[in-house]
Design a protein around this ligand. Structure first.
Ligand SMILES: Nc1ncnc2c1ncn2[C@@H]1O[C@H](COP(=O)(O)OP(=O)(O)O)[C@@H](O)[C@H]1O
Ligand SMILES: [Mg+2]
Length: 378
């Protein structure tokens, strides 16, 4: 059991992969010391195909969006509530033990240049179903302060994984890949590097009807085809300087189909290998350009469970003369699939302490801001 000097928070994260919701229940010390954060339970609730396709459809303009969005938010939150129930059961705790839930919601539109971002969610329903305070809408305030509202995780990575005197890279490989560079002097940069798993997921779904390439076995059975890899890498986004962010708007199946049109005879497994190489090589470029002195790269997110991808990242760094070792965040004490959910528990904790959650150097906001809006349980 946590001591009285700690507060318990839950983090719920569902990302661009649209695979499901990851949750953690963790204890945070009141004195703000991040090294004493400990996870009491973790849970994952996959989304059924219907919710996944409803959420996918909301990524682009369509008929009667407001109605469809509201219904999808309700369905989403029922899965969030299931995840919370699993977390409480495992930890043998009741809802009254938990201070608040940080609930990210599902991003359906992200247009910071127009002054908005939308994570569909129904935090009022979650508070009603579970009886715990909910902190939601964690990105809007940063955008209101002229930031990108993303990425938010580098602040947490800095708090929990930063080590003075040592430059570390945390690479989160979800649907999209992003890195946090935690510099030896305490400064932080963070940005999206391009596709993480999203194109590999789309290709194996199209070719084999599977949601993802377990352990990267299919990619490992093929060979990256250099002319295709070159064509994939010939995308303006990769040449842009950081900070930058991207999503499904750009790296969608139609983008891939256009690139593949010139290579109609290529074996499907070689396409998968080329897509893994795209993720690995663009990550390695970003790390080489922005963290040449890093000694280690710590991978988190679902991509950490793809052995082929992990191997390729090491090879691509080596090919660029970069000496960093590639590990997962498990070697820093946090399993790769807990990191993002833990970040949203941390953001709920920061909100509760009325402490800022953003890093202006990362998001471009005018200053530090307290992120989120509270939906009290009682
Ligand atoms: N065992 C595994 N082998 C290969 N890939 C995996 C494995 N587990 C998860 N993944 C990949 O990770 C993705 C989910 O990663 P996640 O970190 O949840 O991303 P997001 O934040 O975008 O939801 C899956 O869609 C899949 O591509
Ligand atoms: Mg996910």
């Amino acid at each position: 059991m946590p001591d009285t000097q700690s507060l318990l928070f839950i983090g719920l994260m569902s990302g661009t992969s649209l695979d499901g919701v990851d949750g953690v229940l963790a204890s945070f010390p009141m004195d703000g010391s991040a090294d004493a954060i400990s996870t009491l339970s973790a849970a994952y609730v996959p989304f059924p195909a219907a919710l996944r396709s409803d959420l996918m459809a909301l990524q682009a303009a369509g008929e009667n969006e407001i109605h469809r969005e509201a219904l999808a938010a309700n369905a989403l939150v029922r899965h969030y509530a299931d995840c919370v129930r699993h977390l409480l059961e495992q930890a043998k705790l009741g809802p009254e033990a938990v201070c608040a839930i940080g609930a990210h919601g599902q991003t359906i539109r992200h247009r910071p240049e127009l002054g908005y971002t939308r994570q569909t969610n129904n935090p009022a329903l979650l508070a009603e179903l579970i009886g715990i305070d909910v902190v939601a809408d964690l990105r809007s305030r940063d955008i209101a302060a002229q930031g990108q509202g993303a990425p938010l995780v580098p602040a947490f990575h800095h708090a929990i994984f930063g080590k003075p005197g040592e430059t570390r890279v945390v690479a989160n490989i979800g649907g999209i890949g992003n890195i946090s560079v935690l510099h030896a002097d305490g400064s932080v940069i963070g940005f999206d590097t391009g596709p993480g798993n999203v194109l590999m997921d789309a290709w194996i779904l199209q070719q084999q009807g599977k949601a993802y390439d377990e352990n990267g076995a299919w990619a490992a059975s093929g060979k990256p085809f250099v002319p295709l890899l070159d064509a994939l890498r010939d995308e303006h986004f990769f040449a842009l300087p950081a900070p930058k962010s991207t999503g499904r708007d750009l790296f969608r199946p139609a983008w891939l189909a256009e690139k593949l049109a010139s290579f109609p005879d290529l074996a499907a497994a070689d396409v998968q290998a080329s897509l893994a190489a795209l993720t690995a090589s663009t990550l390695a470029d970003a790390i080489t350009n922005y963290a040449p002195e890093a000694k280690a790269v710590y991978v988190c997110g679902g991509g950490a469970y793809n052995a082929c991808l992990m191997r390729m990242i090491g090879q691509e760094l080596h090919a660029r003369g970069h000496g960093a070792g590639v590990e997962t965040t498990a070697s820093l004490g946090v399993p790769p699939n807990h990191v993002e959910a833990l970040a949203f528990a941390w953001l709920a904790y920061r909100f509760t302490c009325r402490q800022p959650g953003n890093l202006p150097a990362v998001t471009g906001a005018k200053g530090l801001r307290i992120l989120g809006a509270l939906y009290p349980a009682n």
